[in-house]
Write a protein that binds this ligand. Structure first.
Ligand SMILES: Cc1ncc(COP(=O)(O)O)c(C=O)c1O
Length: 466
């Protein structure tokens, strides 16, 4: 049967019409997932060349949905990078846990606009449940409020908007009402090695990218506590759990205590590093992180839910709501419930809590810890075996990040380029404290030890031939 958008008048609903299409999509998706372990990580030149078909203009008439799906699969599936697969080590991407992916499909069918509790109570409660479980997992203060957003960039933005509200409210300025023109200046302090997305968030908040006081870091990228400048007036101190290159953590205990003594708000960008808190063997890296005022973390990274999914947590729920909540006559009020959109920049929003909740239930505390500890053990194995072969590892491998040099910059680039085009695994290039390095990030739920062995062989082959 043809399934097109124009098939149906309002009176002729055929509830079964989507079933074959969805079955077909499920088959195609399952085939794709099953191919991930063996297909090249990068698309072939032929697959990329075929994308020229996407240049076609918008057709006048719609086409059959199954044909549209087939075209997508045949044209675009081969042109994807196998980012969801076990040997993509290019960024801290994670894959999609089966439960999270399946939940995402179901949530797509629900198509809830998860803004207002009274209209979408099911997903609203689900989101609350996921947030509560995460607050407990990260051992954040029990009253911590959270917002589910698109990723750590927007989580940083959201939490820093709450920080901006709070530090200005303390000096009698209402930033949401009166903006920043004429406001008392806010001092923002961040490490030299802070992630650029946090600086971008500060720019979007009108605080400015260049006004940030940058504190020198040590050789692992950790902010130096002895270099924290004197703090006076409205101040936000931005710390980091997990440097995007080295995986290093700022020394939270010393910095948070000092910043709080001087009245600053402390924000922690823990896009992937905050997950260390969920383990017994790595939790020391985030010791006292829970004493901060706000935290950003990604679910699409180490929780392995589909893109896009991040979380902003703020100890003072009032500050977060003051920065984010709006109202209008036609919008349902929260009453005693929690309107999800009171805690996020978006009003209309998909129900991101669904995948987060499903991932948490499918792994449980033990499964989350196992995945994170396994990925970190795999990163250490990369480091041990590559350095045993004479390729220096440039960072202390404390988490899931490994930086390897294959000689000078040109040679390292050649090795990485050969590795990438070989298609066995994918690692990126970075510049770490003046040295060009191959950057390995291990964060996928499905990465097994055989994937590490296969990838090590590919790396050593690329290094021998470059
Ligand atoms: C420490 C840190 N913060 C922020 C981000 C930005 O995250 P997203 O791409 O999810 O916005 C990243 C991305 O890798 C990161 O590593």
């Amino acid at each position: 049967m043809q399934v097109t958008a124009t098939d149906r008048s309002g009176d002729e609903r055929e509830d079964t019409s989507a079933r074959p299409l969805l079955r077909d999509a499920a088959e195609r998706a399952a085939n794709y997932l099953e191919s991930l372990a063996t297909r090249p990580v990068v698309p072939s030149a032929q697959a990329l060349a075929a994308l020229v078909r996407l240049d076609a203009p918008l057709p006048l008439h719609g086409s059959d949905a199954r044909q549209t799906l087939a075209l997508l699969d045949e044209l675009v599936s081969p042109a994807t990078a196998a980012m969801a697969g076990p040997r993509f080590f290019g960024f801290v991407t994670g894959g999609s846990l089966p439960a999270a992916l399946a939940a995402n499909w179901l949530a797509g069918a629900w198509d809830q606009n998860a803004a207002f509790h009274s209209v979408t109570p099911g997903v609203s409660r689900l989101e609350q449940s996921a947030l509560r479980q995460l607050v407990a997992l990260f051992e954040l203060p029990a009253q911590t409020a959270g917002g589910l957003v698109t990723g750590a960039t927007v989580a940083n933005f959201t939490a820093l908007a709450a920080a901006r509200h709070a530090v200005l409210a303390r000096v009698g300025w209402n930033v949401e009402a009166d903006g920043l023109f004429g406001a008392p200046p806010i001092t923002v302090i961040a490490g030299e090695e802070v992630h650029p997305s946090l600086i971008k968030a500060l720019g979007m908040l009108g605080i400015g990218r260049a006004r940030v006081l940058r504190v020198p870091s040590d050789n692992q990228g950790r902010m130096r506590a002895d270099e924290l400048p004197p703090i006076a007036g409205p101040t936000i101190v931005c710390l980091q759990a997990g440097n995007v290159n080295s995986g290093a953590f700022d020394p939270f205990a010393a910095l948070i205590d000092q910043a709080h003594r001087d009245g600053a708000w402390v924000h922690v960008d823990g896009a992937f590093g905050l997950w260390a808190k969920a383990t017994a063997s790595l939790r020391h890296l985030v010791d006292r992180v829970e004493t901060a005022d706000s935290w950003a973390v990604d679910a699409h990274k180490w929780l392995n839910v589909p893109y896009d999914n991040g979380l902003a947590f703020v100890r003072d729920a009032h500050a977060l709501k003051a920065a984010m909540a709006i109202t209008a006559e036609y919008l349902p009020q929260a009453g005693g419930d929690r309107n999800p959109s009171d805690f996020t920049p978006e009003m209309s929003r998909r129900a991101r809590g669904v995948e987060v909740w499903a991932a948490l239930q499918s792994l449980g505390r033990a499964g989350i810890a196992e995945m994170i500890e396994r990925n970190c053990r795999q990163a250490r194995r990369f480091a041990t075996e590559l350095s045993a072969k004479g390729y220096p590892v440039l960072n202390d491998v404390v988490l899931n990040q490994v930086l390897v040099s294959f000689g000078d910059a040109a040679r390292t680039r050649r090795v990485v380029s050969r590795l990438q085009s070989g298609g066995i695994c994918w690692c990126g290039i970075t510049l770490w404290q003046g040295h060009t390095a191959m950057r390995i990030s291990v964060s996928n739920w499905s990465t097994g030890d055989h994937d590490i062995e296969q990838s090590l062989e590919a790396m050593l082959r690329a290094a021998a031939s470059a």
